[in-house]
Design a protein around this ligand. Structure first.
Ligand code: SAM
Length: 281
């Protein structure tokens, strides 16, 4: 058993009872996804769907012709579709996939035995290649839901964040994830990258700050470098803006207002970036 994935299975098991507490996060995310459906009944792909506590699957199946759920945790996906009573829907598809293609290579490292001299070049090379996911894309809408912070956390757990090549590894993971998302979107389709970026574990007031002060509160956290590795919202935005090869493939890139995700014992701040894929002609 891959110990990094085992951590994900445990997290998903522990977070199953959070359907009620996560209602407002689910409503917000589902609203953005239904908004992207427009009136063309397209195909939706959700990366990191897990327990699907953040997705109203019945509502999504009303506005999309197909909904494809992708996650490495088969039992979380099965739990999600059963608990939302959509498991028999022929327009819903489960894909058990490790979305980086590098998870096995990563799990070969043990943070305790990785020294500053350990060469991570081969691992970084793994993340520099596109993951072959064998999904029935391209899709009209692709959403990544709070999976990028987990991908980076897996790297922290495997090699430690003080390794001299950690920054390079993190950049490769983030860049590969954005390439995966954009690569799965059909011409003129849309993408939504949703990422948790700080939690009440390091920002104890996160739950209590009034809505009207929330954005300002988050700015202060970001300025004091209180955010998860590699997922500063500005950095995520910059993957799709400016002079990058991905930026040339997309348009209408927008940062949506941040919101809160209540996961029972812990609260998270969530950032989201919405964009469209350019037509090639
Ligand atoms: C924070 S959870 C997302 C929340 C989830 N949508 C829910 O409401 O239950 C992150 C998800 O990413 C999945 N995940 C983590 N690493 C992955 C990987 N390398 N490949 C595929 N899925 C991964 C985990 O199994 C987990 O379900």
């Amino acid at each position: 058993m891959n110990k990094l994935f085992e951590g994900e299975y445990q997290f998903n098991l522990a977070s199953r009872p959070n359907w009620e507490s996560g209602a407002s996060h689910r409503v917000t995310l589902t609203k953005y996804l239904t908004g992207l459906a427009g009136n063309r009944q397209g195909r939706l792909c959700l990366l990191g769907a897990g327990n699907c506590n953040d997705l109203d699957l019945q509502r999504l199946l009303q506005v999309y012709s197909e909904v494809h759920l992708v996650d490495l945790d088969e039992s979380a996906l099965e739990y999600g579709v059963q608990s939302q009573k959509v498991s028999d829907n022929p327009r819903l598809f489960l894909h058990v996939r490790e979305i980086t293609g590098a998870g096995q290579a990563l799990s070969a490292y043990e943070a305790d035995s990785v020294s500053p001299e350990t060469d991570l070049s081969e691992l970084i090379q793994h993340y520099s290649e596109p993951a072959e996911l064998d999904l029935p894309g391209p899709f009209d809408v692709v959403c990544s839901t709070c999976v990028l912070s987990q991908l980076i956390l897996q790297a922290v757990n495997a090699v430690g964040d003080t390794h001299p090549q950690f920054e390079q590894l993190m950049i490769a993971i983030r860049s590969q994830h954005f390439q995966t998302i954009v690569g799965l979107i059909d011409e003129r389709g849309a993408g939504l990258v949703v990422s948790d970026f700080v939690s009440s574990e390091s920002a104890a007031d996160l739950k209590d700050v009034p809505d009207f002060q929330f954005t300002q509160y988050l700015s202060q956290l970001l300025s004091s470098r209180n955010f998860f590795h590699g997922v500063h919202p500005g950095l995520l935005f910059s993957q799709l803006k400016g002079n990058t090869s991905l930026a040339a493939l997309v348009q209408d890139v927008e940062m949506l207002p941040p919101w809160r995700w209540d996961l029972g014992a812990r609260q998270y701040a969530v950032a989201a970036i919405r964009f469209h894929r350019r037509s090639q002609y």
